[in-house]
Design a protein around this ligand. Structure first.
Ligand SMILES: NCc1[nH]cc(CCC(=O)O)c1CC(=O)O
Length: 318
């Protein structure tokens, strides 16, 4: 180590949102840094930063998130704090991260990926296939809404937001018969028992980067680069390179339901991706394989194939 380690007097500042899931991810990052460098907990300070996405006056309004703002809703204030030096690193759910970072910041450290599947959450229905016609699904995710309606146009979808506890309360109140959450979030919150079942990717392809935690730093911060290096998981990096190249090539303006999942099989990477119309009336799917080093090219290639197949008007921005 050529740089000095953080100490209780000069702790390493870990920036995060304040939600229970965000805090669990920050704690996991701290634990991994402590183990990798034999440091005490006191050498770290967790700095909670409120983002536009956490603003109750905006969030409590019953508007879908996509109408409130777009990219960086949950990251802008955290990235500003890092650029200003108030924090050293930021811990993010990669699923919520734009494909490009602001000038001066770098996102190149990924923790080993959790379960990528969506969870089927209900008080009285066991699996997605057991839903009866007309039953009500609560979700705020454009992707999940479109995927569900594509397969089951007979179901009713209602807007559903809030943290896990709020959503479970809504299920208890009978607002909806079921909802979906990422298995990864439930694992990290030790709440996996609220899932009736995990949904196979063949039935619901997850969001790009679902289940992955990324750690962002200042690009010129050599000390942090060195401290984060042992935390980076190679396979997660390779899978996200393919998935995020796919997303970037499709714009990924959160206005079109996009899903994708890469898996490593031997010395190959296998990528599946799909785009849907928001009402679920149309679904375009592609898959392909490449050598692992060519994952990003595979992602761009899959995106180009989908674009070529998409009828005019499929993307609202074209
Ligand atoms: N958009 C919110 C969000 N961002 C990351 C996760 C879950 C954890 C993950 O996918 O890493 C969630 C909640 C959810 O979809 O249930």
């Amino acid at each position: 180590m050529t740089h000095s380690y953080p100490t209780p007097d000069q702790p390493l500042k870990i920036g995060t949102r304040g939600s229970p899931l965000a805090l669990a991810q920050a704690h996991e990052t701290r634990a991994r840094l402590m183990a990798a460098h034999a440091l005490p907990e006191a050498a770290f300070e967790i700095v909670v930063i409120k983002t536009t996405g956490d603003d109750r006056t905006l969030i409590d309004a019953d508007r879908p998130l996509k109408e409130i703002g777009n990219k960086g809703l949950f990251t802008k204030e955290i990235e500003e704090a890092m650029i200003e030096g108030r924090i050293d690193i930021a811990v993010h759910s990669m699923k919520d991260m734009p494909t490009e970072q602001p000038q001066g910041l770098l996102l190149d450290c990924y923790l080993p990926r959790e379960d990528t599947r969506d969870a089927f959450v209900s008080r009285h229905v066991k699996t997605l296939a057991d839903l009866a016609p007309g039953q009500v699904v609560g979700t705020s995710s454009l992707r999940r809404r479109a995927q569900l309606l594509n397969r089951r146009p007979d179901l009713k979808v209602v807007e559903f937001r809030g943290n896990v506890q709020t959503r479970l309360k809504k299920l208890d109140d009978g607002v909806a018969d079921c909802t979906f959450l990422a298995m990864a979030g439930l694992h990290r919150l030790n709440m996996v028992e609220v899932a009736q079942s995990a949904i196979a990717p063949e039935d619901m392809l997850p969001a790009i980067a679902q289940g992955a935690i990324g750690i962002e730093r200042r690009a010129d911060d050599a000390r942090m680069a060195e401290m984060l290096a042992p935390l980076n998981d190679l396979e997660t990096t390779q899978r996200l390179a393919a998935e995020r190249a796919f997303l970037a090539a499709l714009d990924g303006s959160c206005e079109t339901p996009i899903a994708g999942l890469a898996l490593i099989e031997g010395d190959e990477i296998w990528l599946r991706g799909e785009i849907l119309r928001p009402d679920g009336s149309e679904r375009l799917f592609e898959e392909g394989r490449a050598s692992i080093a060519d994952g990003a090219d595979l992602g761009r290639d899959l995106a180009a194939r989908l674009r070529a197949r998409a009828p005019a008007g499929f993307f609202s921005w074209l």
